[in-house]
Design a protein around this ligand. Structure first.
Ligand code: FAD
Length: 340
């Protein structure tokens, strides 16, 4: 059985950033159920693909610039907000880098050198404790594989199996939302990010983002409510503002977390650590999560390099600013999305 120092489940921005940080230092396995070494399949990450100023800053601190092949048009520097409750439309300056999210993830993974073992199209099925660490069960192309590892990292997003299985529910959990996105032809050449606030629909928000010839309309509805009903109602209400959201070419949905207290962030236990959205690290006001994912991956990487035996204490200590930012950065959702 192959043994790894560290096994990372999930190769999104969190897992890929951690893997890159650890390359050449530890024997690392990076696992993802997506076919990230082949043509993209239906199994893609649902996301607006906006690299917000905090994520741009994180990339700058890593010395990285996004290649042209990852960008989509338009590059946006303005946000329109529609406040349905008060019937107010406003425009603000805020600079986003607009990317193809699947290509963005693939680019981050491409920065990991050959010293990182990668297993894609591979599903994490669970793990059992062994004398020195864990036996990890994986499923690749219908074939069961087992490896052993000292440390397991859950970088497996909002529905983290690593967290559910190895750590369990915490006294405080992030609030859960269902996020539905539909893609439409960009019939009006929309060239800005639109954010909608409407208490009838959600206590979070809905958005429209142009992506080349298409636009994405998405909404985040509290779990337990009829997500499709309110998503459709928001589309109806948008007609008044001139938006034609008919005949979608694609529809997708997934969970989205919203930590309303810093206690809802869980960074791990023993030899299991969580990064990115698996840890509950995401902005509770704008749902911007790419910066949190990359920064937590980088911070955990530094802790593992400094002291592999006490990495969790170091990680928890060094993640405090990120936790505080996550919760206190902005209490007003509209202000948070519009401030530059
Ligand atoms: C609709 C929507 C729009 C968003 N828009 C934006 C935006 O525009 N900008 C922004 O900054 N943030 C946005 N976010 C938030 C952002 O997408 C996440 O916070 C970010 O992707 C978290 O990164 P991560 O690496 O922690 O997890 P993820 O990106 O979710 O990656 C987790 C990885 O784990 C893999 N995985 C999961 N389970 C398993 C398993 N059992 N076995 C193997 N692999 C597994 C998945 O395939 C995936 O690759 C959005 C979120 C949603 C839902």
């Amino acid at each position: 059985m192959t043994h790894y120092d560290i096994t990372i489940i999930g190769a999104g921005p969190a897992g890929a950033t951690l893997a890159r940080k650890l390359q050449g230092i530890y024997k690392v396995l990076l696992v993802d159920k997506r076919p990230l070494d082949k043509e993209p399949s239906m199994l893609i990450k649902n996301c607006g693909g906006l690299i917000a100023p905090d994520a741009q800053k994180a990339l700058a601190t890593f010395g990285l610039s996004i290649p042209k092949s990852v960008l989509v048009s338009p590059q946006m520097f303005s946000v329109e907000t529609i406040d349905f409750d008060n019937d107010i439309v406003k425009n603000y300056q805020r600079h986003y880098i607009n990317v193809d999210r699947e290509q963005y993830d693939r680019w981050l993974i491409s920065l990991c050198d050959g010293s990182i073992d990668k297993m894609f199209s591979t599903r994490y099925r669970g793990s059992t404790k062994s004398t020195n660490g864990y036996i990890v069960k994986l499923l690749k192309d219908g074939k069961k594989i087992e490896i052993s590892t000292d440390i397991i990292i859950g970088a497996d997003g909002a529905n983290s199996k690593v967290k559910r299985e190895l750590i369990g529910l915490q006294p405080q959990e992030p609030k859960r939302y269902i996020s539905t996105q539909e893609w439409f032809p960009n019939r009006t050449n929309l060239n800005q990010f639109v954010a909608m606030f409407d208490e009838e629909i959600s206590d979070f928000y809905s958005w429209i983002i142009p992506k080349d010839d298409l636009i994405i309309f998405g909404s985040a509805i509290e779990e337990g409510r009829d997500a499709m009903k309110y998503h459709t109602l928001q589309k109806e209400k948008l007609k008044k503002y001139g938006y034609d959201l008919s005949s979608p070419v694609k529809r997708e949905g997934c969970h989205l977390l919203r930590p309303i207290s810093s206690k809802a962030v869980c960074l791990g236990e023993g030899n299991v650590a969580l990064i990115g959205e698996a840890a509950g690290l995401i902005s509770p006001t704008s749902a911007e999560g790419i910066s949190y994912a990359m920064l937590s991956g980088d911070t955990l990487g530094s802790a593992l390099i400094e002291d592999k035996d006490n990495f969790l204490d170091l990680y928890e200590r060094n993640t405090k600013p990120l936790k505080v930012i996550s919760i206190k950065k902005c209490s007003n959702i509209q202000l948070c999305i519009t401030k530059s």
